[in-house]
Design a protein around this ligand. Structure first.
Ligand code: S3P
Length: 438
């Protein structure tokens, strides 16, 4: 995939956030919906699909693997599954773009195929650690070669006989857990994964929705190899991680009252709600419902002043993608906020601890970093220039910071926002944010 063209933003105070907003579909669920539907027997319908660059990359990879996928509208996919044994050898390299989820889950899925494949990604993905999936998959009998001891591209040798393992994962990572479980579908005997802290369980829930017999509870999952998947219909809820930017913006901008409709509230994703409420935020949940087995609700967010907190460590895994926007909330809170136990942030699309620390410092905020976290002194944001380092969530976090700054905030290299939240700038402007292309 070619890199998106370079794009910069200028963020500055807009108007109070008002109205009702629908954010796009969940990225984690959209990836998995395409993958499992492709492996199923029969045709699956996916509604609410995230039409983002990451998830489109995954869909394009399955097309290369011989799966027919129709897109009757941007948020719908009809996937004509080929069965667990029906994928075809691809003609070329499989390009995961910016997506760690795509690459890690596919490494497990492809390790069990009869053919060889190569997974590659963009510059950011090419710096992200893959040893964490290669190690357990190798123990299952997979043969995977990586660059420089554990970086993409990954050359996955097919035709291996995999065997189930009992894997005690050293990292709290849904991607690692999912890679092992997907390989487990192709392995002899049982495969189980135990995690140091529970992570999002979408792979487990969705395998079960596709008829796979899987045993799971927070922090644990086990399945037997050799099972087939039955096609189904998937309804993808709105992505909490995308909603998070608007939740914090509405909290911070005086006079705001914003409704975010039908947002996914899987408890493994909503740590930010607990942290913001502990900081004094006014966020209520209305119209609770279930979308394809996932809890959803409207979130109604009203402006409220925030105070700093020490974020409880057990919340960290449940808000791992929300650190950039939490850091903006912390910068605007009274007092200091401390995050610890979050070393994983250093191996996301960017080193998110350094990216947020240097950006906030450029806007006049006091930040002290540690290997596994940060201390942020709340204060008044000044204008300035920040580099998103091509990381979608860093770019969107600073777009929100710009709403509170005394001068304009210039944010460079924001094109990757399209990986998870295509149309963020237009939707954010509609809600009230001051944001324009530079
Ligand atoms: C994801 C899991 C998380 C998260 C990422 C999406 C997933 O990564 O940060 O954005 O879809 O499984 P880790 O599992 O590596 O923590």
């Amino acid at each position: 995939m070619t890199s998106p063209r370079r794009l910069d933003w200028i963020a500055s105070p807009g108007t109070p956030l008002q109205g009702e907003i629908d954010v796009p579909g969940d990225k984690s669920i959209s990836h998995r919906a395409v993958m499992l539907a492709a492996l199923a027997d029969g045709t699956s319908h996916v509604d609410g699909f995230l039409e983002g660059a990451d998830t489109r990359a995954t869909a394009a990879i399955f097309a290369q693997l011989g799966v027919r996928i129709e897109a009757p509208s941007p948020s719908r996919r009809i996937v004509h599954g080929v069965g667990v044994d029906g994928l075809r050898a691809p003609a070329g390299v499989l390009d995961c773009g910016n997506a760690g989820t795509g690459m890690r889950l596919l490494s497990g899925l492809l390790a069990g195929q009869a053919f060889d494949s190569v997974l590659a990604g963009d510059a950011s993905l090419s710096r992200r650690p893959m040893g964490r999936v290669i190690e357990p998959l190798s123990r299952m009998g997979a043969q995977i070669e990586a660059h420089d001891g554990g970086l993409p591209p990954l050359r996955i040798h097919g035709g291996r006989r995999l065997r189930g393992i009992e894997f005690d994962s050293p990292v709290a990572s849904a991607q690692v857990k999912s890679a092992v479980l997907l390989a487990g579908l192709y392995a002899a005997g049982e495969t189980s994964v135990r995690e140091p802290r529970p992570t999002r369980d979408y792979t487990e829930r969705m395998l079960s929705a596709f008829g796979v017999d899987i045993d799971f509870s927070p922090g644990f999952a086990r399945l037997r190899g050799g099972q087939r998947l039955r096609s189904t219909a998937i309804e993808v809820p709105a992505d909490f991680s995308s909603a998070a930017f608007l939740i914090v913006a509405a909290t911070l901008v005086p006079g705001s009252e914003l409704r975010l409709r039908a947002v996914g509230l899987n408890p493994r994703r909503t740590g930010l709600l607990a942290a913001l409420r502990a900081m004094g935020a006014d966020i209520s949940e209305e119209r609770h419902a279930s979308h394809g087995g996932e809890p959803v609700a409207d979130l109604v967010v009203r402006h409220a002043p925030l105070r700093g907190i020490a974020v409880p460590e057990p919340l960290v895994a449940d808000m791992i993608d929300e650190f950039p926007i939490l850091a903006v909330a912390a910068a605007c809170a009274e007092g200091s906020t401390v995050v610890s136990g979050a070393a994983e942030l250093r191996v996301k699309e960017s080193d998110r601890i350094e990216a947020m620390a240097s950006g906030l410092r450029a806007l006049g905020i006091g930040v002290r970093t540690r290997p596994d976290g940060v201390l942020i002194e709340g204060g008044r944001l000044a204008g300035g220039a920040v580099d998103s380092l091509g990381d979608h969530r860093i770019a969107m976090a600073f777009a929100v910071a710009g709403q509170l700054a005394r001068g304009e905030v210039a944010i460079t290299d924001v094109a990757n926002v399209a990986t998870s939240f295509p149309g963020f700038d237009a939707l954010a402007r509609q809600a009230g944010l001051g944001l324009r292309s530079a």
